[in-house]
Write a protein that binds this ligand. Structure first.
Ligand code: FAD
Length: 446
């Protein structure tokens, strides 16, 4: 029986689940190479999920088992598909290629002033505090009095919460030390979260909202007038138990009011941002209009604005792309160009479904992908190249592949850095430093 070889692009949840499920579900011998552009695995679990949510991040332990203990599964980190190796090369060397490359861009608001200094995609902030190697370590200086977050999803709440965390809270996370210091030096005392629609339609979960109410150093402010519901919102609540629970928590917050704490997170609903105002090229305010009555406007002074209105997929060179949904079109996870299937090319995760769903959603999604792959290869024999051919190709191009053993050296360096400062782990932020540890060139943080 020949051994099938599958390439997976991306080691986030969808790529990791694909690797696991391909090995578990295949009746035939199968090898899986997971290509990852970063020197570290796990995608948004490492670089998106909030650092103060360690329980969610602990899924990395089960993904690690996939790479460490499953025969035939390899991690090839620090390899950029499309730069270090092309997707057509992958297609010629493997029996199938799965793109699980996520949604690395962000949606824009389309309002004047959106590009002023100090106005950012929340993605940039999340990547920065998560220590993403492609985000400069000094990308944010938290110098101002009020931050504004446009959007009412869980990511908006993550960003707001991080801005009011104490140094002690942050030291319990894995964020790089210079970022703990940047938050410690922050002068922001208020975060305003702006929802375009009424409170009934807020997208974040009740669990995340209650987490804000539980912060001891922070007031959560909601104007009771903002909780007056129109008939449409009432109807929405009546048919939506999760929204009803969240709305009850809003009422609690409104009743509790201000308690004079050091920080405040204030929610405003039914407001549309119409313009970012600037001074000397930097944002100085956001003009909001009431969504239900655009003649009513107000201006919030601010030095820092995050638009948090969704991540967005990016076209994969050589593959069709639906610009409307920012996803790669597919039929049963098989990539299609018009009505035609692109042979041997599959997708999984956010590049397939768009940027929605929690980590676990990607398991079901990956299972659908794996089912199609196994159906397709079931009737064939393998025509893949040996693993040494791809390895030699990358070597000839001077790519420093971070395999699982090399990632473990980075991992150990991060744990050692944590131990020396009384923390569990301190993430490395700098790609070159990560690569030095990966190569075994350095034996301690210096
Ligand atoms: C800020 C934020 C917070 C979140 N918090 C939670 C939470 O608390 N709980 C929860 O359950 N879910 C959370 N999620 C959702 C969860 O992270 C996603 O469902 C999940 O990460 C999507 O998985 P994915 O594999 O499709 O994409 P990703 O996790 O983005 O993984 C894609 C991977 O592909 C790699 N890649 C991309 N292009 C290439 C290329 N050309 N070559 C090689 N590699 C490439 C990327 O580097 C990345 O590692 C959060 C998401 C965000 C954005």
């Amino acid at each position: 029986m020949s051994t099938f070889r599958i390439a997976v692009v991306g080691s986030g949840p969808s790529g990791s689940y694909c690797a696991q499920l391909l090995s578990e579900e295949s009746d035939q011998p199968i090898e899986v190479d997971v290509f990852e552009q970063l020197p570290a695995p796990f995608g948004l679990v490492r670089y998106g999920v909030a650092p103060d949510h360690p329980k969610i991040k602990s899924i990395t332990m089960s993904f690690s088992e996939v790479f460490e203990e499953t025969p035939g599964v390899r991690f090839l980190g620090n390899v950029r598909v499309g730069v270090d190796i092309t997707s057509s090369e992958l297609r010629s060397h493997y029996d199938g290629v799965v793109f699980a490359s996520g949604a690395p861009l962000d949606r824009r608001l389309g309002v004047p002033g959106e590009d002023l200094a100090g106005a950012h995609a929340v993605r940039d902030f999340v990547s920065w505090y998560g220590g993403h190697p492609d985000t400069p370590s000094n990308a944010f200086v938290l110098d101002g009095h009020r931050a504004v977050v446009i959007g009412v999803g869980n990511v908006a709440l993550d960003a707001a919460r991080m801005l009011v965390r104490t140094t002690e809270d942050l030291r319990a996370t894995d964020v790089p030390q210079h970022i703990v210091e940047a938050f410690t030096a922050s002068t922001f005392s208020e975060v305003v979260i702006v929802g375009r629609r009424g409170p009934a339609y807020a997208k974040f979960t009740n669990k995340e909202f209650i987490e804000l109410l539980d912060l001891e150093n922070c007031d959560v402010i909601i104007d009771p007038d903002d909780l007056e519901l129109d008939a449409a919102q009432q109807e929405y609540l009546d048919s939506n138990p999760a929204a009803t629970r969240l709305f009850a928590s809003f009422r609690k917050a409104a009743e509790r009011g201000a308690l004079g704490r050091k920080y405040r997170i204030r929610f405003v609903f039914d407001r549309t941002p119409v313009e970012f105002l600037g001074e000397d090229g930097s944002v100085s305010g956001v003009r909001l209009a009431k969504t239900s009555d655009p003649t009513v406007t107000e201006t919030l002074d601010t030095e820092l604005v995050f638009r948090s209105v969704g991540y967005m997929g990016k076209a994969v060179p050589g593959l069709p792309f639906d610009t409307e949904t920012a996803t790669v079109p597919h039929r049963d996870s098989r990539v299609i160009d018009g009505e035609e299937e692109v042979p041997g090319v599959y997708i999984a995760g956010w590049i397939k479904r768009g940027p929605t769903g929690v980590v676990g959603t990607n398991r079901r999604c990956a299972l659908d992908t794996v089912t199609s792959i196994l159906e397709d290869i079931g009737s064939k024999s393998s025509s893949a190249s040996a693993s040494t051919v791809v390895d030699e190709l990358l070597r000839s191009r001077g790519v420093q592949v971070v395999d699982w053993a090399a990632w473990r050296r980075i991992d150990e360096a991060e744990r050692a850095a944590g131990e020396s400062t009384g923390r569990e782990r301190v993430k490395l932020h700098d790609r070159n430093e990560m690569l030095q540890f990966a190569a075994g060139d350095v034996i301690r943080l210096g």
